[in-house]
Design a protein around this ligand. Structure first.
Ligand SMILES: *[C@@H]1O[C@H](CO)[C@@H](O)[C@H](O)[C@H]1NC(C)=O
Ligand SMILES: *[C@@H]1O[C@H](CO)[C@@H](O)[C@H](O)[C@H]1NC(C)=O
Length: 996
């Protein structure tokens, strides 16, 4: 009995002795074998040698008794090796810190044997594989940090047993699956950092019960779930609540305010809905980030929100961008902390003015109000914010002059004010913003010249001034801009020569100067801009030849020199061998010996002639044929005419829905007075069959009505027939997109000559021709993309009605922009039925067969030239041409189509981008973007990239519409789309363009 304890004691002693004597050697061995495996570029472990006591080695500390390794701390030494399982023999190890090295391979499960471990610090290595569940046995573990490795798989449930754990950091790995609810058992946890993994499923609500939590970050996963209403009560110690970039939903609980130690709240990029939350009394709050959710508000909620932050005097960042916040910003906004550095409310629905009191935010670094509906003038106060680096207010409705605020803003890096209604001049003081790198003043109403001071900030990379009314020359000082990558000054009224100095902006990639009045020649030095990808000088008045130096531009994707007055031979080498990359059309004096350039751009051959005759011949033949046909059928025409005349004897007035109070029969005298004796200033149109006047008719109670009067020119042999056709056609038709004929007049004028006139609705916006080609005559505003689309739909509706809803069907036979009138709402009405034909099944072939030119040159279907009878297919063709004209801005009768190439061939030969670039007035697309801007909630990107979504949409729309035009203009009538197909496709396109 007595021996037993002795024996036990000796066993114990032996064991203890052994542990001390042998295991110290073992620790030395373990460390040496660890060293032998490690690549050590900084020679940090060079002092680790068998001759010295390992307790003195770099990075090693030992227990006081027994010299056992207690901690191994080797952070940031670029050590690289497989993480050795041998380390698990350091049985007394409490702290292992190998952070910021290049350890790779799996995490050894044998670490689970290190039962004394309280710290495993291994962030920023290359560890891979999964987390060993065995680590859950480490009951003393306080810190477990594997952040920024390549660990995959799930968090083991066993981690819920790490009862001492205070810090669990697994951020930036490839972890996935659900976060185990067991982590909610970690009662001592203060930091839970699981950001940037692929966690999914519901975020376990048990975690909100860990009342010791100070730091919670799970940003950048796919977590769902709602936040508990009492969040702030559950987590009384929380300082950082970072749930950004997940799929959290529901309302953000106001109880968060109860977690009064909160410093950072970042809930951005989730699906939180409901009202903008209130955060009273968060005294230590420095960052509040709620951007990119679906929060909504009103003016009074905004008031409460800003009011709730008035005690957060340490607030530095407030970001509530990309939500559905609406209403005005209240004055209480000025109660926000003067420590504010970042204030971002962009991409919401805010209205009203920028509230007063801005001057107090002296620490403000970025001020982002872009993509809202803010209006009014820009406050002068902005000029007081001399720490400002980023001032973004683009895409709003700010108006008035830009205040001269820039003298003080010397730290400004980005100044983005594009897409507003700002007027006045560009202040010279902008030159004092010497650190400016992005300057966007495009799409405003700025006038005057570009001050040369704008080119003082030597780091300027992006300059947008397009779409203003800037005049005068481009200052030669532009040549000092070595960093400039993008310069867009298109769509202004700038003039003078292109300064040769531009050839010194070696960084230029995108240079857009289209649609100005630049003249002189293209500087040869532009060829030195080796990085150039886009050079657009189209629609200016440039002369001289195309410099051969442009051949060298290696990276160019778009070289647009079209519609200038360039002359001489087109260079043939380099980029000029790739026809998809340049455009030269509309330069009538260029010539080329290259067959493909000749074909692609309608450029004449440099040495005359031959080809011309070859193209003309078929045209001459066709014309001769048509004339022959015309004469041969003339006889039939006359017999038919007289028969019809007889039938209508005595029936001189066709009245359809007369205006109330207007006499049923309007006389020549009435019309003469209404049109002020057919005064030239009342002449609103002139066609083949007569003139159209504007007339102001007075009737009964002193009231007047403005109407249009079409007076037939009876000298024209066909005019009378035309009148009858029109009366007949209009008698029974009624459609919102057809011009309403109010009455007709057939009587004698004061000289006793026959006088015939139709009295119709007056269309204050004139005809479509003038709107598509405003340059021709006095211009109105350019039609927007959506207006054009809607007009195309109107016209198609009218024609569809004539083709499919009238019995017998009617072919209009003369569809063209001049026959489409626009009322005060820009609704289109088809007019001029002078050539209309009834398409009765029983009509003998001859009767409805073509007589001469049926319609107008450029719009007539090709088969009409060969005598085919009037048909709905013919109308479809004319409609298709009308659509192509509307969306490319090119007339089918344009000079460029004289030599064989037709509008249709021209368009079908281009790819979509080219159509958009050439035809399309670029404003068609930009207008669309402007009008739909922030109403488009699909577009979550912010900053300059955000244009792309609507740009693409508008371009897609253009391309789709053009396809409709092409489908309607197939050469073979049978292959053409009928008008109903075209209409429904256009309606579908229109639908897809609506913002919601
Ligand atoms: C340490 O442990 C490993 C297994 O974990 C074993 O193979 C090795 O022999 C032990 N001793 C040393 C000195 O590494
Ligand atoms: C705010 O921070 C200060 C200093 O860090 C600290 O002393 C104070 O207790 C904090 N207050 C709250 C409510 O957390």
């Amino acid at each position: 009995m007595i021996n037993i304890p002795l024996l036990l004691l000796s066993c114990f002693l032996f064991h203890h002795f052994h542990a001390i004597s042998c295991n110290t050697n073992t620790d030395t061995d373990v460390l040496l074998s660890f060293k032998s495996q490690v690549t050590d570029p900084k020679n940090a472990l060079s002092g680790w040698s068998a001759h010295s006591n390992h307790c003195n080695w770099y990075g090693v500390t030992c227990t006081k008794v027994g010299n056992r390794v207690q901690s191994l701390n080797l952070p940031g030494l670029s050590l690289s090796a497989n993480l050795s399982p041998h380390l698990s023999n350091l049985t007394f190890l409490q702290s292992l810190d190998l952070s910021n090295n290049k350890f790779h391979g799996q995490i050894p499960k044998d670490f689970a044997h290190l039962s004394l471990l309280s710290v495993i610090n291994l962030p920023s290595n290359n560890l891979s594989g999964t987390l060993p569940p065995q680590l859950g046995h480490l009951h003393r573990l306080k810190i477990l940090d594997f952040s920024a490795n390549k660990i995959t798989g799930q968090i083991p449930q066993s981690f819920g047993n790490l009862s001492s754990l205070e810090n669990l950091s697994l951020a930036r790995n490839g972890l996935e699956g659900e976060i185990p609810a067991e982590l909610g058992n970690l009662a001592n946890l203060s930091t839970l950092q699981l950001s940037e993994n692929n966690f999914s499923g519901k975020f376990p609500s048990s975690i909100f019960n860990i009342s010791s939590l100070v730091f919670l970050s799970v940003t950048g996963n796919h977590l769902t779930g709602k936040l508990p209403q009492n969040l702030g009560l559950f987590l009384p110690n929380l300082e950082n609540l970072i749930l950004a970039t997940n799929m959290f939903e529901g309302v953000i609980p106001n109880s968060i305010s109860n977690a009064s130690h909160l410093q950072v709240i970042d809930l951005a990029n989730n699906k939180f809905t409901g009202p903008i939350p209130l955060f009273y009394n968060l005294k230590n709050l420095t960052k509040l980030i709620l951007g990119h959710n679906n929060l909504s508000s009103t003016t009074s909620l905004n008031f409460q929100f800003f009011n709730s932050l008035r005690n957060s005097t340490k607030l530095q960042e407030l970001r509530i961008h990309e939500n559905h916040l609406a209403g005005e910003l209240p004055k209480s906004f000025a109660n926000l902390s003067s420590n504010l550095q970042h204030f971002c409310v962009s991409d919401n629905f805010f209205i009203g003015k920028i509230p007063q009191g801005m001057y107090k935010f002296q620490n403000l670094i970025s001020f982002s109000f872009e993509i809202n509906y803010f209006a009014g003038v820009l406050p002068q106060e902005l000029g007081a914010l001399n720490n400002l680096q980023n001032l973004a207010i683009y895409r709003n409705r700010f108006s008035g002059e830009i205040p001269d605020i820039f003298g003080n803003l010397t730290n400004l890096n980005t100044l983005a004010m594009g897409n507003n209604q700002l007027s006045g001049r560009i202040h010279q003081s902008i030159g004092q913003c010497t650190r400016l790198s992005i300057l966007d003043l495009g799409m405003n109403r700025l006038g005057g010249t570009i001050p040369k001071e704008i080119f003082q900030p030597s780091g300027l990379r992006i300059l947008y001034l397009e779409g203003n009314s800037l005049q005068g020359p481009l200052p030669p000082k532009v040549g000092t801009m070595k960093q400039l990558e993008t310069m867009d000054i298109s769509d202004n009224e700038m003039s003078g020569n292109i300064p040769v100095e531009i050839g010194e902006c070696f960084g230029l990639k995108w240079l857009m100067m289209a649609r100005n009045k630049f003249n002189g020649s293209i500087p040869t030095k532009i060829g030195n801009l080796a990085s150039l990808e886009t050079l657009d000088l189209s629609l200016n008045s440039l002369t001289g030849s195309i410099p051969e130096s442009l051949e060298k531009l290696e990276y160019i994707q778009i070289l647009n020199l079209s519609f200038n007055h360039l002359e001489g031979e087109v260079p043939v080498k380099g980029l000029f061998t790739n026809f998809s990359k340049f455009d030269l059309q509309g330069n009538n004096q260029l010539c080329s010996l290259n067959k493909e350039i000749v074909q692609n751009f309608g450029v004449p051959v440099c040495v005359a002639v031959k080809t011309k005759r070859r193209i003309l011949l078929p045209i001459i033949l066709a014309v001769v044929g048509a004339i022959a046909l015309f004469i041969s059928t003339l006889f039939v025409f006359w017999t038919m005419m007289s028969r019809e005349k007889k039938r209508k004897e005595g029936k001189t007035s066709v009245s359809s829905a007369p205006l109330k109070g207007l006499p049923q029969n309007i006389t020549y005298g009435d019309i003469r007075i209404a049109t002020d004796n057919f005064a030239a200033e009342n002449l609103i149109g002139k066609g083949a069959f007569g003139s159209v006047y504007k007339g102001v008719f007075s009737f009964s109670a002193g009231e007047t009505a403005t109407l249009a009067v079409k007076v037939l020119d009876l000298q024209q042999s066909k005019a009378s027939k035309n009148f009858n056709a029109e009366c007949e056609a209009l008698k029974n038709v009624r459609h919102r997109n057809l011009v309403k004929v109010i009455t007709s007049c057939s009587s004698l004028d004061y000289n006793g000559e026959e006088f015939k006139a139709l009295v119709m609705q007056f269309m204050p916006n004139g005809n479509l021709n003038l709107k598509i080609h405003p340059g021709d005559e006095e211009s109105g505003s350019i039609l927007t993309l959506m207006q054009r689309l809607s007009i195309a739909i109107d016209v198609a509706s009218a024609v569809d009605y004539l083709h499919h809803d009238c019995d017998p069907p009617i072919a209009h036979c003369d569809l063209k922009p001049a026959n489409v009138l626009l009322d005060e709402n820009m609704t289109a009405h088809v007019v001029d039925f002078g050539l209309a034909r009834f398409l009765s099944q029983n009509t003998p072939e001859k009767q409805s067969s073509t007589l001469g030119l049926k319609g107008s040159i450029g719009y007539i279907a090709p088969e009409y030239g060969f005598g085919s009878k009037a048909s709905t297919e013919g109308d479809a063709y004319s409609f298709g041409i009308l659509v192509l004209e509307m969306f490319t801005g090119k007339r089918p009768t344009d000079e460029m189509f004289k030599e064989g190439l037709s509008l249709r061939e021209f368009v079908s030969g281009m790819d979509e981008n080219e159509v958009v670039m050439i035809g399309g007035d670029r404003r068609l697309i930009e207008d669309y973007g402007y009008s739909t801007q922030s109403s488009n909630r699909d577009d979550h990107s912010s900053g300059f990239g955000s244009n792309t979504h609507w740009m693409c949409k508008a371009e897609e729309c253009m391309a789709d519409v053009i396809r409709v035009g092409l489908s309607c203009t197939a050469d073979q009538p049978k292959e053409r789309w009928n008008i109903r197909e075209a209409l429904s496709k256009l309606q579908a396109i229109n639908h897809s363009m609506l913002p919601f």
